[in-house]
Design a protein around this ligand. Sequence first.
Ligand code: AMP
Length: 578
Amino acid sequence: MREWSELADPVAGTRSTTTKVATVARYLTELPDAELPAAVTFLAGRPFPEADGRTTGLGWRAIADATERLAAEASAQHGVVAMGLGAAYDRSSDIGTAVEETLASAQHAAVGRPPGVAEVQAVFGAIAQARGPAAKTQLLVDLMRRCEPATARAVVKVLTGELRIGLRQGHLEAAVAKAFGRPLEEVQWAAMLTGDIGRTALLARHDELATATLVPFHPLTSMLASPVADETEALARMTPPVWVEDKYDGIRVQLHKVGDEVRLYSRELRDVSGQFPEIVRAAAGLPWDAILDGEILGWRDGAVLPFLSLQTRLGRKRPSERVQAEVPVLYVAFDALAMGRPGEPLEPLLRLPLRERRARLASLELEATDGFGLAALTTADDAAELATIFDIAQARGNEGLMVKDPESGYAPGRRGYAWLKLKKALTTLDCVVVGVEVGHGRRHGVLSDYTFAVIDDRPGAPDGRLVTIGKAYSGLTDAEIATMTRWFEAHTLSVHGRYRVVEPTVVVEIAFDVIQASTRHASGFAMRFPRIARIREDKTAAEADRWSTVAAIHARLQSGMRFHVLTVDQGAAEDPGA
Ligand code: AMP
C-alpha cells in the first residue's frame, strides 16, 4: 500500500495526461498478479470493483474515531499533543490529508508488517461484512495501526472515494492498454463488460481480454441519459427519426434470469431481489434467459400507481404479503443487454443497435398478466412531432420522455447523447393575477407576491368569474418585477394592508408539482410548489385556463392513471422495433 500511495503523488502532481498514463503504466507492469487488481481498482478511487455490490458502510465518523484513537495512543506514548482531526481538516479540506497530519503530529509509527494492496482490499471486504459500527471501526483501527501516516492517508482516500489525483477511468484504461501492449478499444470493451477495471488489467496482462464476457448475476452499470432543455435541443443532438419512449417514474432495475434463477439489481448494483419477490417468481416461470434493463412501477388494475405508493415498498427489504397486495408491481422493460436460449450461454447484445435489441426484447412477448410490460415506444421526425408526443405523455401524467438513437449500442455506465431525457414540470396552467403583495426580504418594497386565479366554468357560475387557485412569489427578473410593480400600482383596484386587488388582466404561466383539493382558495384546489414560469403577454385573461381543466388534472392524479404502459397486444401493432 505504501508504494501505491507513493505513486499517487507524482500522478496528482502533473497536469499532463501523457505523463499520468505513462507513470501509472510503469507502475502496473511491475506489480505481481496478486496485487494488480486491487491496485487498479484503488486507482479508480473505489475500494471494490464497480460491478461489486459491496460497500464498506464506513462513514466519516468511523474514520474520525479510528484516527483519534490511534492519535491518542501515539501521543500518550510519545508525550506529545496531537493535532485535532477537525483542525487538520480545516487546513486542507481533505479528509485523507487531515488523517495523515493528525497521525504525524501524534508521532504515530506503523506497527508490524506493512499491508499490501490486496491485503488492504481483504480488510475492506471484512469491514463490509462486519456488523455494526464498533466492529467495522475496530477493523479499520487494526489496519491503520500497521500504516505510516502517509499510507493511512491513501487508505482513507480510497475508502472515501476522494482520491483527487486527476485520474479518470479513460486514463486508467489507457494506462492498462499501454502497460500490457493491448489495443485501447479491447481494454475499454472488457472493462465495460466486466465493470471491473482491476480484473481487466489482469486479463490484459495475460492476453485474455477476449474472454471477458457478460456474466449473469454480475450486474452491469446502467447506461445513462443526458438532459435536454426542449424538443429543439433533442433534435439538434440526434438525427431524426428518433425513438421516443415514455419516461416512467419508478425505479431502475436490471433483471438477470437464467433458467429459474432470477436476480434484480438496483442502479447502484445492489441486489434488490428480496424487495420484489413477485417479479422474481413470475420471471422464473418464463421460457427465456436474459439480462434486461427496465423500470419497476407500482401497478394496479391496468394502471400505474403514483411513485409515492411505490415508495412505501422501498423501505422494506422483505415486503409482507399485505404490502405486496397493497402495492402490486410491474416490470417495464426497455432494453435487452443479453439473451439466450434456455441451456445455452447468454449472447451479449450491447454492441447491437437499439433497433435490434428492441426487436429481440419484443420477441420475449412480455405480458402484463405475468407482471411484465414493454416500454411505450414511438418515433418522431421533427421537433413539432416530438412536442405533440410530449404533450400526450404529459397528459398521461408522465415524468417526460426518453429520446433514443435507434442505431446506438448500449454503453454501460456512460452518460452520452445516445439517450436524451426530456423532462418538464408535470404541466403548467395559465392563470390570471388578481392580487399582489409586497414581498419579504430581498423582495421588500416591490409587489412580487402574486395571487392568481382560473376562469370558473362550473355550471351556474357567472360568465368570466375568476376563482383563486394559488399564490407564488415571482420567479421573474428584478427588472421585470420592477416593471410589473409599476404596472400593478397603476392598476390597483383596492388596497387592504399589504395586499392589493388588481385589475385582472395579467396572465402568468404557473408550473407546479401536484394539484390538491383545498379549502384555502375559492376554486377548491391548491397547487403544490407553484412557480411563475413566465408572463404570458400573448394571452388575455379570457384565454386563461379554466376550472374544469384544473379538475381534470386533479382527477387524473387521483385515479393513479398517471402513466401508460404498452402491453404486448397493444405494442405489437405500433412498436417500430417489433
Ligand atoms: P433521471 O433519473 O432523471 O436521470 O432519468 C434517468 C432515469 O429514467 C433512468 O435511470 C431510469 O430509471 C428512468 N427511465 C424511465 N423510463 C425510461 C426509459 N424508457 N428508458 C430509460 N430510462 C428510463
